[in-house]
Design a protein around this ligand. Sequence first.
Ligand SMILES: Nc1ncnc2c1ncn2[C@@H]1O[C@H](COP(=O)(O)OP(=O)(O)OP(=O)(O)O)[C@@H](O)[C@H]1O
Length: 276
Amino acid sequence: MALAVLKTASPTDSPHQAKSMVSLDSVTMAFGAYVAVQDVNLKVSDGEFLAIVGPTGCGKSTILNAIAGLLKPASGTVSIDGQPVRGIQNDIGYLFQQDALLPWKTAIENVELGPMFKGVGAAERREQSMRWLAKVGLKGFEHRYPHQLSGGQRKRVQMAQALITGPKVILMDEPFSALDIHTRHLMQNELLRLWQEERRAVVMITHDLEEAIALGDRVVVLAAGPRSRVIDSFPVDLERPRDVAEIKLDPRFMDLYRNIWSSLRGEVEKSYERHD
Ligand SMILES: Nc1ncnc2c1ncn2[C@@H]1O[C@H](COP(=O)(O)OP(=O)(O)OP(=O)(O)O)[C@@H](O)[C@H]1O
């Protein structure tokens, strides 16, 4: 059987034809004398869903923070849509593992925050937020406080929050890892549905290789730290739309899993040896 996996010539480039939306050029990130990642080159095309996997402590969050403008590279350049990142970015939507909702504000008030900071008037941002909450399946829940919502419903509010301002790039840090497996599958499918409607560049970091393959257009593997770098890039040529539970049963999914795991496994083992 032909393998569904074809490695790209360069482990850093996107195979997509679209313009590059996120670009890391020879990026080195250091904390004092500790060099977390070194000489990372990575491109994410407009509309591409990139998943980054790597052993614990290899620098995944550090790379995400560099794209967000929260951390400055020791050397190299991070660019978004061709513009070098200097300071915190406006054109980014975030989806994190932790609840990022303000507990004293209702669902709709939380969703309205992004447009409010962008200067959208009260009536218009209310109308946009109502529409987004309906889009994520929360019609009728607009005036509930976060503690009156389930974990999955809070995640839906966060998705509306991340997408309402139409960001150029969406950064995700283990967005579904705190959810139970059934809710996780539901939310992953929901995310794919929303993303298919309005494709943006996505950079998602995850420990879950199955999630990376089920969601991503491409999976990038980072080496164990210190001085982590990109060691492999695997295009995921599985059709969309995808159902994350069903796609895992596809033999091509299993081929991809096997191939990526064979790249990742050695790095995971190295990272354990270094912590012993
Ligand atoms: N503020 C900091 N000061 C010093 N070292 C840091 C700081 N932030 C991260 N590090 C170190 O940089 C390395 C990369 O950390 P990072 O959080 O990016 O890894 P990660 O791949 O996201 O880890 P995990 O998968 O466990 O979440 C780690 O060794 C970490 O200890």
